[in-house]
Write a protein that binds this ligand. Structure first.
Ligand code: TYD
Ligand code: ZN
Length: 411
């Protein structure tokens, strides 16, 4: 298939026997919202299958879509999401404090998007450099005065950056690591670029949380890897880097933040203790993943049954939020315009578009408030707390939310 590569070995340990445990079917890219004038054109569909490596414990997609196709026009801007802005503010403060960074230190952010995280460092008088391949968001960062190199990060660009800007004391990569196909090349780039005393900070959704809360909709083509801590430790070790600390985070349904240094350093107890808890909970065994696949099927069946019965009762239902993950959910469950009248979303460039595959119109919240639906399917469940609070008046006047995971529930 054009633009698609089958993964023939584990991305971390190179084991060639991967166990496929979940097939979500063939679907369009989760962020490829369709502009009105293109609604009649055909969309590219790619299979979405997940496999487990029983050697190192890595969970990964069985196929890789060409990044040139996926990230050409990347429809995601960090700055549009208030909770993420707050999160990044906390991250910048934490890093500066934890490592006693002197002002003027160079900080590089990979996948810097619109510069939201770097802006926080800049406000703390650090030197900042963004690395962002999407040609439509990099200029947004530059407009804020944040130097941005328009590249997919890897060994080559790392060398160029090192000679142009020097070696950063901190390199951050938030929600980008799971998107990288060739991790070897990426980490060699980090090793060469980072100052010898420097720290590489990575935030990734935590696979263990994804499984526990059945967040199967966070599986989409952009997310090539689903990390537990154990394979991450093994991965960095191959490149003489060491995970010295780990923190659990609430963002994106449960994430981990890891701190990685060059060479041997003292490791915090949190690292070993998290790895131990992973194996105690069975995340090193294939049957755990088979059970997850069964739970995913049950969510689909339960949700479809619930929505059907509400439609039969004549209820109006809309989607709340149009995150990428919503499109996995809708396409896997085959939910379309027969069920959802529209999807309301705060993001400018999604409004007026149609959801990929399911072709549901995305509109602003004006329509939602003007004519509140009986039910709102919470596709942006990662912001459930903030949204349920914000929408108290909709709820007080009888509006209900449907939260799809870990099992469909009406609130
Ligand atoms: P996001 O959390 O970035 O998820 P993903 O990585 O799966 O795309 O997306 C959240 C979406 O929800 C985004 O399009 C903005 C929208 N949203 C709202 O419409 N209203 C809200 O109150 C919040 C918090 C988000
Ligand atoms: Zn492996």
């Amino acid at each position: 298939m054009e633009g698609l590569i089958e993964l023939n070995q584990c991305r971390v340990c190179k084991n060639k026997e991967l166990n496929k445990f979940l097939s979500l079917g063939s679907m369009p890219l989760a962020n490829s919202f369709i502009k009105k004038e293109r609604i009649a054109s055909s969309e590219a569909y790619f299979p979405l299958d997940v496999c487990f490596c029983s050697v190192c414990g890595m969970v990964q997609l069985a196929q890789v879509v060409d990044p040139q196709i996926m990230y050409k026009d990347y429809n995601y801007t960090t700055g549009t999401s208030e909770p993420m802005k707050a999160h990044f503010n906390g991250l910048a403060t934490q890093i500066v404090k934890k490592f006693n960074l002197p002002t003027g230190s160079l900080i590089a952010d990979i996948g810097s998007n619109d510069g939201t995280l770097l802006q926080q460092f800049k406000d703390m008088n650090m030197r900042v450099l963004g690395i962002e391949p999407a040609s439509n968001v990099a200029p947004l960062a530059r407009a804020k005065g944040i130097d941005t190199v328009e590249e997919f990060f890897s060994e080559g660009p790392a060398r160029k950056i090192r000679s142009g800007w020097g070696q950063p004391m901190v390199i951050t990569a938030t929600n980008v690591f799971a998107h990288v196909n060739n991790l070897d090349d990426f980490i060699i780039g980090i090793f060469n670029l980072l100052d010898d005393r420097g720290i590489f900070v990575v935030e990734v959704p935590y696979m263990v949380e994804m499984l526990k809360k059945v967040e199967f909709d966070t599986i989409y083509h952009e997310h090539l890897s689903y990390f537990a801590l154990r394979p991450l430790v093994a991965l960095f070790k191959r490149f003489h880097m060491q995970i010295i600390d780990v923190e659990r985070l609430e963002v994106h349904g449960g994430s981990i933040r890891i701190y990685v240094s060059k060479g041997e350093k003292k490791t915090e107890a949190a690292v070993d203790s998290l790895i131990r808890s992973e194996s105690q909970s069975g995340f090193d065994r294939i049957d755990t993943y088979g059970k997850f696949a069964q739970r995913v099927n049950r969510i689909r069946d339960g949700l479809v049954t619930l929505l059907k019965s509400l439609k039969i009762q004549g209820k109006s239902i809309v989607g709340y939020g149009a995150p990428a993950k919503g499109n996995t959910l809708l396409n896997y469950c085959k939910i379309g315009t027969e069920t959802l009248d529209y999807i309301a979303d705060t993001t400018d460039f999604k409004q007026g578009c149609f959801s990929p595959g399911s072709h549901i119109p995305v509109i602003s919240f004006d329509g939602f408030y003007a004519n509140p639906p009986d039910y709102a399917l919470l596709l942006a469940w990662n912001y459930a707390d903030a949204i349920l609070n914000k929408e108290w008046s909709y709820r007080q006047s009888g509006g209900k939310f449907i939260v799809p995971i870990p099992e469909p529930k009406i609130i």
